[in-house]
Design a protein around this ligand. Structure first.
Ligand SMILES: Cc1ncc(COP(=O)(O)O)c(C=O)c1O
Length: 611
């Protein structure tokens, strides 16, 4: 088969592939029309041609068209032009054509993946995609299970749901079968390994007592103080704060682990925290790490967390381990070869540069990032958003589990959505009810076209990483420049992202006031966002964030120091306003106009400062 051409996969920033898109959409529409017509061809039409020519019929259709024009105008006036290379903001860019076409095809049939009955076509696709994503994370395809969620937020909620129920199920088992765990005390029950708990559940199931045990688990509810603490880095997505609220765990039971200078979880602090908890006999509900933090694109040292997890296991202390790879999940495809094997480090480096995936000057990945991605299959579950680095339209988050037997602890049965012989089931095991089968169709068809390996998705994601590296490099090398007001300005990146997010800020040369620096960057952001009017007229669009001491301690200080802000100012203001560019565009790297693009970008930034 010939090589995948990335430019053929997108509609394109200038709708370059519009002809193909339109023709395929028409073909899909035709297919749908005939599908309806051919269903019991003898059935009479419900709407006659005569009626279609009546005044009220035509007026009603005019109404539909007018309203849709109105919708279209509103969409064109104020939607985000994610597709453009001028958009470097949130986790968005152009989406893959098969994903959009797959979604549009799917929505014509409006399948509901909650119950197999409502979606015999797309439930299977969702479960197939779940296994593909689990396999992409390195899980055993025979054992893994996964599915599509509305987003990373709900995937994270589901992970916490599993963790919480797994922590509690031994007590439910003990309540139904008092002798089951012999002499184990509460501390031991709270520290069973996930495998031990699932094995116990298997035994209960074989003895026909699963329903009883689940009843007990649900009747009692969960005592959040008894369950212990959720350990998660300061850099976590805010869905975790919502999660502890929703699950009644309480923010007092969420312990923030500090981050290091490169915004990865501080493993020493994690260890200290675990030791402290063991000393006070406080159990650990779960440890959550992030692969691709929302604000910085940092990749936590998963391999080091696994190492300490193993160490504590020997001491009889176990915990659930989840990875929030909502953003970075698909980047794992870069490390997977065509035989679905994780590629050796040196071989990977050679392949990346020789086969032109990533420019030779790009140092990515460093050893830590490589080892972190390699260790991912040791996690109990992983959040992976197809609608982020999977380049698929919303709503397509996902979760993958290492061991599908975990599902037994959820299983909410509802006779009106399930049949005795349903081959595939989703509803009983997920947080959502009704859910778009079209989203599953979109992911399924895209995965069919783009393999989840280095030559498929890897190629697309690698291009974005190279572009981010180039952007970072240009910022570092940017000389102080004189603006129209005669003042000189400098710019600096926060840190070298582990994937493809570049965070940066400007300061006026000689300015030592952090409020003033924050103000400069906020003004730039306002100019480059919806804040100052319709984005359609912007030369460049970006996003922003604010790094505070409350969230990050003093870690951002070295960055403000790079911009010549003194320590006492950091201590006084305790926050820094930064510009944030998730560089997801596949159209920036390996491009002849690459240098030209960044030159133009730098010029636009200078113009904005002039203004
Ligand atoms: C690391 C991380 N986790 C979870 C989420 C939540 O994903 P969603 O917005 O799809 O719910 C995000 C979103 O940015 C994220 O970056």
């Amino acid at each position: 088969m010939s090589e995948q051409n990335t430019n053929a996969l997108f509609l394109g920033p200038k709708s370059e592939n519009h002809q193909f898109f339109r023709e395929t959409l028409n073909m899909l529409m035709d297919e749908h029309i005939y599908w309806r017509r051919d269903f019991h061809p003898d059935d009479k039409a419900c709407i006659s041609h005569k009626e279609q020519r009546t005044e009220d019929f035509c007026a009603t259709m005019d109404n539909i068209q007018e309203a849709l024009y109105d919708l279209s105008n509103k969409l064109k006036n104020s939607s985000m032009p994610w597709f453009s290379t001028r958009y470097l903001g949130h986790m968005n860019t152009d989406v893959l054509m098969p994903g959009v076409l797959g979604y549009l095809a799917g929505i014509l049939y409006n399948p509901n993946n909650c119950a197999y009955e409502g979606s015999p076509a797309t439930t299977g696709m969702e479960l197939e995609v779940g296994i593909q994503l689990g396999t992409m994370m390195g899980y055993d395809p025979e054992k893994t299970w996964g599915h599509i969620t509305s987003g990373g937020t709900v995937a994270n909620y589901e992970a916490l749901w599993y963790a919480r129920n797994l922590e509690n199920i031994p007590f439910a088992i003990k309540s139904v079968i008092p002798t089951f765990f012999g002499e184990c005390d509460d501390w031991q029950l709270l520290n069973l390994s996930i495998e031990e708990t699932i094995d116990a559940l298997d035994v209960v199931k074989k003895e026909g007592l699963l329903t009883e045990v689940l009843k007990d688990l649900r009747y009692t509810g969960c005592d959040s103080d008894k369950m212990g603490k959720l350990l998660i880095p300061q850099s976590r997505h805010y869905s975790w704060d919502k999660a502890v609220d929703i699950f009644g765990i309480g923010s007092k039971n969420l312990i923030q682990i500090k981050v290091t200078e490169n915004y990865r979880m501080d493993i020493d602090h994690l260890k200290e925290t675990i030791d402290r908890l063991i000393e006070s006999k406080t159990p650990i509900l779960a440890v959550v790490a992030v692969v691709g933090t929302t604000e910085e694109g940092a990749v936590d040292d998963i391999h080091k967390i696994i190492e300490i997890k193993e160490m504590y296991k020997k001491q009889g202390v176990n915990f659930y381990f989840h990875i929030d790879a909502a953003y970075g999940g698909y980047a794992r495809t870069i490390f997977i070869d065509e035989q679905n094997k994780f590629i050796d480090y040196n071989k990977l480096k050679t392949r990346l540069s020789k086969e032109n995936f990533i420019n030779k000057s790009t140092k990515w990945p460093n050893r830590d990032v490589y080892e972190a991605f390699k260790a991912m299959p040791h996690a109990d579950s992983i959040t992976i958003d197809c609608h982020k680095m999977g380049y698929i339209p919303y709503p397509a988050g996902a979760i993958a589990l290492k061991d599908k037997r975990i599902l037994d602890i959820l299983a909410y049965n509802a006779p009106y959505v399930e049949g005795k012989n349903d081959p595939l089931l989703l509803g009983p095991y997920i947080m959502e009810g009704s859910k778009a089968g079209a989203a599953a169709g979109a992911v399924w068809v895209t995965h069919r076209i783009i393999p989840l390996n280095i030559t498929g998705y890897g190629k697309i994601v690698a291009r974005s990483i190279e572009a981010a590296d180039c952007f970072n490099d240009r910022i570092i090398k940017m000389e102080p420049f004189v603006a129209a007001n005669g003042k000189k300005y400098i710019v600096a990146p926060l840190t070298m992202s582990d994937i493809n997010i570049v965070v940066f800020a400007f300061n006026e040369v000689g300015n030592v006031n952090l409020d003033k620096m924050n103000d400069i960057n906020e003004k730039i952001y306002n100019r480059c966002s919806y804040v100052s009017g319709p984005v359609y007229y912007k030369r460049f669009i970006t996003s922003k964030t604010i790094l505070t001491t409350e969230e990050y301690g003093d870690i951002p200080y070295s960055f403000v120091d790079d911009l010549n802000i003194p320590r006492k100012e950091w201590d006084r203001v305790q926050k820094v306003f930064v510009l944030r560019a998730c560089i997801m565009s596949p159209f920036l790297a390996n491009n002849t106009s690459f240098k030209e693009y960044w030159d133009r970008f730098i010029k636009i930034m200078q113009e904005i400062i002039d203004e």
